[in-house]
Design a protein around this ligand. Structure first.
Ligand SMILES: Cc1cc2nc3c(=O)[nH]c(=O)nc-3n(C[C@H](O)[C@H](O)[C@H](O)COP(=O)(O)OP(=O)(O)OC[C@H]3O[C@@H](n4cnc5c(N)ncnc54)[C@H](O)[C@@H]3O)c2cc1C
Length: 580
């Protein structure tokens, strides 16, 4: 044991328990043992962080706590058996999908796999949709660098990919007029990170922009580069453009093991057959540490940091124009930006998120008490908002490492592996910038053995599904004449037509479930939360995709909606076997 690990061991003994042991492995520190609570597991991980180590691998268990293993797709086939490809991307969140798009510029074969039945099923659909300005990340970190660069890139990329994006700016609000004196400190940090245009707004200036904010707010710091977009639409747009340019996507595909020869991955096992990739990109979000472990290259641990948020009815959208942040900026060692109110790109108000440590990587349930706390904390920003305006809640998991920075690098020990891990917030904002660097790394590895060329016919332009409710009447009429299905409204709350749903089902990354259609079109996202349109959407899915109604699912196999015909049972009860 070195002096350093000895010192950490003593600290762990003193502050937590003598049941924890630590040892060095390569350039990391490994923690093992058993403790009584998850809080102790987390605390031990934090205490072990040290600049001299590349990362903390926390294998400590909690006595009596059984953490479920990764959920597997209920599918087993040979679709990918013996497939040889240049690059395998593991993970179809915004990170994997943006990387797929970057790599589609090259004349190589690329396969993206995700274990879920659609893209953006984990953190990439469970976030605030904010393109953060880049003030919050600690100066000098990868988070700060990629956030600021990624923010800038969104203007061009959202235009190319036909994704709605607005730079509404965000405002860190103050309840104390003396807080304006911290403006120079904030400006210095902004300068350090490269965030432009920051300025102080007094209460009057702020009220001109946000007339309904609380009278208690005394001023704000404006960050004009902050923006909003739909995170799942962005993810799907990246992936569709990648598919247009030759990338293959295999959903319901889980990576379960890797085989290595010397210091290279030679094959990757999935539920759909063994694949033979030349380069592997680990973009598996909360499971990226487990993917690293499969390649015997785990030097970090993901501790799942949960966040819950509340979506308010659109009819209250007029009470907010931008993003209001409740500051967490001055808390020492804060792990979140503090949450607040966000006017979403679709016009709802989003409240939250919060942030807390817990052991589960796929627990997307919401908790009444924490939802109540989030509402209580943030609704005061705009007093005319009420908890009665809530139409739904959701939870997401941030894939945080103990070091709290992004990992964007080639493996030091496995020659054909690239890690994009620890991509917690602001991962959405950073995605395009991260993707550019990962593209370079993958191409460098491939170029060591082959001559890799750019495609001459790469097409950066992708057209999304027409949004009927945003069109001028004249344009609507033209479209309906050409495609009469666009004249039939299916979701009344969000004014979504049958034509949009049909286009989502037949798109380049086809929507095959009710939720997948919802993510692409918003059918079911309004006030009634699909109470009215769900049977209609299910019927269109049946008609368009040719699947039986009993096989229509909410979100993939195992979430079937219709179990059986109800009246059939009554007739069967009377001894007749006909269905109505
Ligand atoms: C509540 C909340 C609010 C947030 N707000 C913002 C925000 O406003 N702005 C911002 O910039 N960021 C925000 N973030 C962070 C942002 O959501 C993430 O940084 C980003 O979505 C991470 O994308 P990803 O592709 O790395 O991960 P994910 O979206 O989690 O994707 C990882 C994918 O890997 C797949 N996978 C895992 N293991 C396997 C396997 N073995 N085989 C196959 N597939 C596998 C999963 O199914 C998943 O789809 C927020 C996060 C949360 C939780």
């Amino acid at each position: 044991m070195s002096n350093l690990s000895d010192k950490i061991q003593r600290k762990l003994n003193r502050k937590i328990s003598r049941n924890i042991t630590c040892r060095e492995w390569r350039c990391s520190i490994i923690l093992e043992g058993k403790v009584d609570t998850w809080e102790d597991v987390y605390l031990a991980g934090k205490l072990a962080v040290n600049d001299k180590y590349k990362g903390v691998v926390n294998k400590i268990e909690v006595e009596g706590l059984d953490i479920p293993k990764i959920k597997k797709p209920l599918l087993e086939d040979k679709y990918l058996l013996d497939k040889e490809i240049d690059v395998l991307i593991i993970g179809g969140g915004v990170i994997g999908s943006s990387i797929a798009r970057e790599l589609s510029k090259w004349d190589i074969s690329v396969l993206l796999v995700d274990k879920e039945d659609d893209l953006a099923m984990h953190a990439s659909s469970r976030n605030d949709g904010m393109i953060h300005p880049g003030l919050a990340p600690k100066p000098g970190t990868k988070k700060a660098y990629y956030n600021v660069k990624g923010n800038e890139m969104h203007t061009k990329i959202t235009e190319e990919l036909d994704v709605s994006f607005k730079r509404t700016g965000s405002r860190i609000v103050f309840y104390n007029k003396y807080m304006r004196f911290v403006t120079p400190i904030i400006k210095a940090r902004a300068r350090h990170n490269g965030v432009k245009g920051i300025k102080y707004l007094n209460a009057d200036e702020l009220r001109k922009e946000e007339p309904d904010i609380s009278r208690d707010i005394t001023g704000a710091i404006l960050m004009p580069s902050a923006g909003i977009l739909s995170p799942y639409k962005m993810t799907i747009a990246f992936a569709e453009n990648a598919v247009m340019n030759g990338v293959e996507i295999s959903l319901n595909t889980i990576v379960s093991a890797m085989e290595k020869k010397e210091d290279k991955i030679i094959s990757v096992s999935t539920n759909r057959g063994k694949i033979y990739p030349r380069v592997v990109i680990n973009a598996a979000g909360a499971f990226s540490d487990e993917i690293a472990a499969m390649a015997d290259d785990q030097f970090f641990t993901i501790h799942p940091r949960k966040g819950e948020a509340i979506l308010l009815d659109k009819k209250k959208g007029n009470l907010l124009n931008s993003i209001l942040s409740n500051p967490a900026l001055f808390k020492i060692k804060n792990t979140s930006k503090g949450g607040g109110l966000v006017k979403t790109i679709e016009g709802n108000v989003l409240v939250g998120p919060n942030a807390y440590e817990q052991p589960y990587k796929e627990d997307f349930t919401t908790n009444k008490n924490s939802i109540d706390e989030v509402l209580k904390k943030h609704l005061t920003l705009v007093p005319k908002l009420s908890s009665m305006d809530a139409i739904t809640y959701f939870a997401g998991i941030r894939a945080a490492t103990y070091e709290e920075d992004f990992i964007v690098e080639k493996s030091e020990h496995v020659k054909n592996l690239v890690h994009v891990a620890g991509i917690q917030s602001p991962g959405l904002a950073s995605a395009p910038a991260i993707a550019e660097d990962i593209e370079k790394m993958a191409i460098e590895i491939l170029s060591e053995v082959n001559d890799v060329k750019k495609k001459s016919n790469w097409n950066p332009i992708r057209k999304g599904i027409p949004k009927l409710n945003l069109m001028e009447y004249e344009k609507r009429n033209e479209l309906i004449k050409e495609r009469p299905d666009y004249g039939e409204i299916v979701c009344r709350c969000e004014e979504v037509s049958k034509g949009e749903i049909i286009d989502a089902i037949n798109s380049l990354v086809p929507a095959t479930s009710i939720d997948a259609i919802k993510r692409r079109t918003r059918a079911g996202m309004g006030r009634c939360q699909s109470g009215f349109c769900m049977p209609l959407v299910a019927k269109i899915l049946e008609e368009e995709s040719g699947m039986n109604m009993e096989n229509v699912t909410k979100k993939g196999i195992g979430s079937e909606i219709i179990v059986d015909e109800t009246k059939k049972h009554r007739i069967e009860g009377r001894g007749k076997h006909e269905s109505l």
